[in-house]
Design a protein around this ligand. Structure first.
Ligand code: FCB
Length: 484
């Protein structure tokens, strides 16, 4: 292939990124005045985390951030998404500030900017302060005010340099896994009414944080959030009825199709219950009907608070279901074919989720879309030649990014992509079993080894996706691109 013919598949200002989260990489769990979080509590309880792992040290990023920023620079990242640990900056969650904690993030931001990388800050990626959990956690309505106070403190410290903000990461997951199923911190199994009450407070917290940022930020903030995307795609892309089924499965699932089990109908794993209040200012009507017996009291002014205008729609997308319209005009999930491709986490490999996901979300919510997470875990180790060879990751990324490029080509307003993750890290209940990184981490020595996918992604970024058109990962490496 003539390298001069290669055509960039993404616009010049596309935000090429990678993402991490505080508890998953920082370590230093009790250092420099940091307070404990619910994850510190849970990961120290026997039997909670795979193999008894915990995030006490994790990737030791708290001490090795310089080296990690240098890796990001080598990768050519334009943007980097990381989270601030709430109890590191406010050890009791409110009140007394921990200047050492704030200084850590301040140094990190400086180093990123110096490396030409725009920091994107997530305010809450699940490490809720233990002291506030003892005061009722998200079940306490005051949690919204606590979060607003914390947001103000971070804004005061960083907003002279940081302009890109995300309030909450995947509320569906920290509520569903952490407060309903009990497999994530704080390990609760609440009744459904309490769960919806906590959800309401989480949404209020989001809205209060948006307001706090607008009031306190020194540089004009660009604000969004990062919910989990529950993506559905049409079984037959040429059949408009299947497109309709996919849209219904994504936004209108409350109508309770007969195939749903009771546990599914009480699941928070959905899009509209979270995003409609934030973007439209009301819970979906169908949810109000279906869940009326469990719904929390909504006080006057609540929906206005939750509905504080945001600037972009971040969404984490890993996989999707396939839908067709059944004879009753309802969406029906089509089972994945036998032997379907899956990651080490057993998540189905569905590249088309990065086409239909952003497309359907942009259609409904009419905001610029950023893919705030996408990636896979695989069985990586250091090979005899010293490298880490992960052809699966390159192939996965090539497939997913090609679908994202197709969305861009079809006019969907997608403006950025953050790969999950920069580093292998502590994968919550799975401990260090799942390796999601572009960079391999040896947890004994803390040595970082860029995987093949790291070098491959660097080329994708450099060529704005042009190398995607010459095949999968290994192919792209074999034919290094020339000047664009
Ligand atoms: C998402 C989380 C992120 C990471 C990936 C694999 O649900 O937001 O922290 O664990 O999954």
């Amino acid at each position: 292939m003539n390298p001069h013919k290669m055509i960039p598949m993404f616009p010049a200002d596309f935000a090429w990124g990678a993402a991490t989260a505080a508890y998953q990489i920082e370590g230093a769990w009790a250092e420099d005045g940091k307070g404990p979080s619910v994850w510190d509590l849970m990961s120290h309880q026997p039997g909670r985390i795979w193999s008894g792992h915990n995030g006490d040290i994790a990737c030791d990023h708290y001490h090795r951030w310089r080296e990690d920023v240098a890796l990001m620079k080598e990768l050519g990242l334009k943007v980097y998404r990381f989270s601030v640990s709430w109890p590191r900056v406010l050890p009791e969650g409110v009140g007394r500030k921990n200047e050492a904690g704030l200084a850590f993030y301040s140094r990190l931001v400086d180093a990123l900017l110096e490396a030409g990388i725009e920091p994107w800050v997530t305010l809450f990626h699940w490490d809720f302060p233990l002291a506030l959990y003892r005061r009722g956690g998200w079940l306490n309505r005051e949690s919204a005010e606590w979060f607003a106070e914390y947001t103000g403190v971070v804004a005061d410290a960083l907003s002279d340099r940081v302009t890109h903000w995300m309030t909450l990461n995947e509320p569906q997951v920290f509520l569903g896994h952490g407060h309903q199923l009990g497999v994530h911190a704080p390990g609760l199994r609440l009744g459904f009414d309490d769960l919806l009450l906590a959800t309401h407070h989480v949404l209020l917290a989001h809205g209060r944080a948006v307001r706090s940022l607008r009031e306190r930020a020194r540089k004009r903030p660009f604000i969004g959030w990062a919910p989990a995307g529950n993506i559905a795609t049409p079984a037959d892309p040429d059949n408009p009825r299947d497109w309709e089924a996919a849209r219904m499965a994504m936004f209108d699932w409350f109508a309770d199709p007969p195939t749903r089990t009771p546990s599914e109908s009480h699941s928070l794993w959905n899009n509209s219950y979270f995003n409609d209040p934030v973007i439209f200012g009301h819970y979906p009507d169908a949810a109000l009907k279906k869940w009326h017996a469990w719904l929390p009291e909504v006080q006057s002014g609540d929906m206005e608070t939750i509905h504080a205008p945001i600037d972009f729609f971040g969404v984490n997308i890993y996989s999707s279901s396939t839908q067709r319209l059944d004879e009753n005009g309802r969406p029906a999930a089509v089972p994945a074919p036998q032997g379907y491709p899956q990651t080490f986490f057993h998540w189905a490999v569905t590249p088309e989720s990065l086409y239909y996901g952003p497309r359907f979300l942009a259609e409904r919510y009419r905001l610029p879309i950023y893919i705030t997470e996408n990636g896979l875990s695989s069985m990586d180790w250091i090979a005899r030649d010293g490298g880490v060879h992960d052809p699966g990751r390159m192939d996965f990324m090539a497939r997913y990014l090609s679908e994202l490029a197709r969305a861009v080509a079809d006019g969907v307003d997608v403006r950025g992509y953050f790969h999950w993750s920069l580093l292998d890290n502590f994968e919550w209940a799975e401990g260090f079993k799942q390796r999601f990184g572009l960079v391999f981490v040896d947890y004994i020595t803390q040595k970082r080894v860029p995987k093949d996918s790291f070098h491959w992604y660097a080329e994708v970024i450099r060529t704005r996706g042009a190398t995607l058109s010459i095949g999968h990962g290994a192919g792209a490496l074999a034919a290094p691109p020339g000047p664009l």
